[in-house]
Design a protein around this ligand. Structure first.
Ligand code: CA
Ligand code: CA
Ligand code: CA
Ligand code: CA
Ligand code: ZN
Length: 473
């Protein structure tokens, strides 16, 4: 693939369209024209009988003065190569995906369940030709997996994989967020929404962060989060830079991406590789009311924009993710009133425990401190708390109210055993819940998980926490 200086006078070609220029070889398709300080650069795709030749290129650099330099990266293709496929694009896609999955699994090592079946981009299998000594007809298949985007070449005659490689890795981007929310980070209960207005105090509450595990598509789409729908359109950046102020609806999308990626990374750090380990779909700012919700029928979390935009408070995002966690681990979870209350209590607890590393001890048991400023007048502003005094004597049949009984028990376990042990045993216990469990049933599962993970003393501590709520006798 030598660069050949031709030194011919192509002055007529320099200004005019170069396609099919005199002296150019046949079978070239102009794909890009670039202009630099010193000239114009014409990039061609090598083709054979109309099909692209993989990696076959031809470039012509035309200097301002008219001098032409050619870079010829074409590969030889036998003139008699048959270009009719004997295998289907669907079969090639399947083979390519199996290869990509196997490789991603090996790369993941012991965390094999981390690897989802990569989904080929629809219509991604394209016929192409490989030149050179192993010239042949192939299907060129693009797949996505935890490794990023892969390109596989599958022999279109025999169906075997000729080559498969990652062409873009999962990458980091940059963003700006509240963490977990402005009330907590600024320790200021006087902040107000003012109808989503940009304010100096709120700008100061923004923090620059790295957005990890993006898939490189230029959207907020990655291993653990997928912004699927959003009011005002999906945020996009060719440089993966997502910096907005809170009045811009895209700010909430960054909040969702960052905080969900964080919490899933935390779950995996605890050792769990199968707790909603997937790219969770979100619909951001698409509900006008002051509510957010998880829809198990579509596995989608929707965040509302009533009052403070819900996704401006990470504790709302984490609460909803709590529902997604339980629905993922226990199919159909929440069939009974008490299971529903456990869902709400766990969501509140999950919000609180995720806030701890960034809260500097400020009002830790207060749930949704920022969102609550638009509907509470008492300070601190809290939608609910995890340190209430309710017991089963106070059950009123409303899942959020009764959830405070459950979240207090989890909070006590957290206080006694510490964050890591508490979260490990609480997540572990969830795997044993029945979809229609009772407080007592789920409490027994939690005691059991404590005993098996940490022994008798820990099990007693957990038992005491549930006894104090009159959940266990
Ligand atoms: Ca906003
Ligand atoms: Ca899910
Ligand atoms: Ca709200
Ligand atoms: Ca809080
Ligand atoms: Zn909820």
């Amino acid at each position: 693939m030598a660069t050949v200086s031709m030194g011919l006078s192509f002055t007529s070609a320099a200004g005019a369209a170069p396609e099919g220029v005199r002296g150019d070889p046949d079978g070239l398709k102009l794909v890009k024209t670039k202009t630099s300080l010193l000239g114009t650069h014409y990039w061609y795709q090598q083709t054979f009988k109309g099909l692209p030749v993989v990696n076959g290129y031809y470039a012509k650099h035309v200097a301002k003065g008219g001098a032409v330099e050619v870079a010829d990266g074409r590969d030889a293709v036998p003139a008699n190569l048959d270009v009719s496929a004997a295998t289907t694009p669907a079969a090639a896609t399947q083979t390519a995906n199996a290869t990509v999955t196997a490789r991603a699994r090996r790369a993941a090592g012991p965390n094999k369940s981390l690897v989802r079946q990569p989904a080929a981009t629809s219509g991604a299998a394209q016929l192409a030709v490989i030149g050179g000594p192993n010239a042949r007809l192939v299907w060129n298949v693009t797949s996505r997996s935890t490794e990023g985007v892969s390109r596989s070449l599958v022999d279109a005659k025999t169906g075997s994989v000729v080559e498969s490689k990652v062409i873009s890795d999962n990458i980091d981007g940059r963003g700006s967020v509240f963490d977990p929310n402005p009330v907590v980070s600024e320790q200021n209960e006087k902040l107000t929404d003012q109808n989503d207005k940009n304010q100096d105090a709120l700008f100061l509450a923004q923090k620059n962060v790295i957005l990890r595990n993006l898939d490189g598509s230029g959207k907020l789409n990655g291993s653990f989060v997928n912004i699927k729908e959003a009011k005002g359109g999906i945020a996009q950046s060719k440089t993966n830079t997502f910096v907005y102020q809170r009045a811009n609806e895209k700010f909430e999308q960054v909040m969702v991406y960052y905080h969900i990626n964080q919490t899933q990374e935390y779950i995996q750090k605890l050792g769990f590789t199968d707790v909603n380990n997937e790219s969770q779909d979100f619909s951001v700012d698409t509900y006008a009311g002051d509510n957010s919700f998880y829809d198990p029928s579509t596995d989608m979390i929707t965040t509302g924009e009533g009052g403070v935009d819900d996704a401006e408070d990470a504790e709302v995002i984490w609460h909803e993710y709590g529902h997604a966690i339980q629905d993922d681990v226990v199919p159909g979870f929440g069939e009974s009133e008490q299971a529903g209350a456990i869902g709400e209590g766990f969501g509140d607890y999950w919000a609180v425990t995720n806030s701890i590393p960034v809260s500097k001890g400020f009002e830790l048991p207060c749930v949704m401190d920022w969102d609550a400023t638009s509907y509470t007048s008492d300070e601190p502003h809290c939608l609910r708390r995890t340190d209430g005094t309710k017991t089963t004597d106070d059950i009123d049949g409303e899942v959020h109210d009764d959830g405070e009984i459950w979240s207090r028990a989890l909070w006590d376990i957290h206080q006694s055993l510490g964050r890591t042990k508490a979260n490990k045993l609480i997540l572990e216990a969830t795997f044993f819940y029945d979809p229609d469990t009772s407080f007592a049933g789920a409490a027994q599962d939690t005691v059991q998980a404590a005993r098996l993970l940490y022994g008798k003393a820990a099990a007693q501590t957990v038992t005491d926490a549930f006894k104090a709520r009159k959940i266990l006798p």
